[in-house]
Design a protein around this ligand. Structure first.
Ligand code: JA5
Length: 253
């Protein structure tokens, strides 16, 4: 997968090259290029924003600068385009007013050969940039949660990590992604509690069933605790979960 990020703070994306993702890049599983938006400014002050039409607080990012940047970065075929394709990238624009970024969206993005992320700052990017790009490529405005950040960079870090860990070969043990919260094998439920040695720690013991070696009982316990935790913390997830009679018996306890 090829990932391009356009931002006025390229150094903010440096952590993408650390740890697991850094290793995935070194191993060629992932290619990441970060571009400084100011490289496409036209004036001596390198202005990227201007005051909003209609008045109001804050500034809006200029369409001309973003237009030139995305023309260059999203050119297909072009420098960044994955080999042997003239398929345009999917443009992802983090914004508080976007559709929710969920595990399902992460799985959708993990199938894409090429993602370009546009990091907004200030009050956002002139809407015509997104409308113009949508004439040439799929565009997604997404939010990582119901709160507002200062810019899109942190949201891009979250999205890239959630997507990259799903790519084949990135996680040491691919089975672990299968057991994640929100995963299909857990029917979209939250994961239950985990334990490791010692058996007793500060007078708190590991649940006996987990040391029983009875895999059917362990599987049942894990599902029951996932159901209980989901009911307690995120009951709305139960609406879409496929629950059997045993599951419902747990919830009716
Ligand atoms: C959950 O918050 C976000 O996903 C988010 C993305 C962006 C982009 C901003 C600047 O226009 S503020 C902001 N918040």
């Amino acid at each position: 997968m090829r990932i391009d990020v356009v931002t006025i703070f390229p150094d903010y994306l440096a952590p993408l090259r650390e740890a697991l993702l850094g290793k995935a890049i070194d191993r060629g599983l992932l290619e990441v290029a970060v571009h400084d938006l100011r490289g496409w400014t036209h004036d001596v002050h390198k202005a990227v924003d201007d005051s909003p039409y209609g008045g109001g607080p804050g500034m809006v990012m200029k369409p001309q600068v973003w237009g030139d940047a995305l023309d260059a970065v999203c050119a297909s075929p072009g420098a960044g385009a994955p080999q042997d394709t003239d398929t345009p990238p999917r443009l992802v624009v983090p914004t508080p007013s976007g559709r929710p970024f969920t595990q399902a969206v992460a799985e959708e993005y993990a199938e894409e050969p090429w993602l370009v992320f546009a990091c907004g700052r200030y009050e956002g990017i002139d809407q015509r940039v997104i409308d113009d790009a949508a004439r040439r490529m799929p565009v997604d405005e997404v939010s990582i949660g119901d709160y507002v950040l200062v810019g899109g960079e942190v949201a891009v870090m979250v999205i890239v990590e959630a997507v990259a860990r799903l790519l084949p070969g990135v996680l040491g043990n691919p089975a672990s992604a299968k057991q994640d919260s929100f995963s299909a094998s857990l029917s979209g439920l939250l994961e239950g509690p985990s334990y490791t040695r010692p058996e007793v720690w500060r007078d708190l013991a590991v649940p006996d069933v987990l040391r029983s070696g009875n895999h059917a009982a362990i599987e049942r316990w894990r599902r029951d605790t996932a159901l209980e935790r989901t009911f307690a913390r995120r009951p709305e997830l139960l609406d879409d979960a496929e629950l059997d009679a045993a599951d419902r018996a747990v919830l009716d306890r």
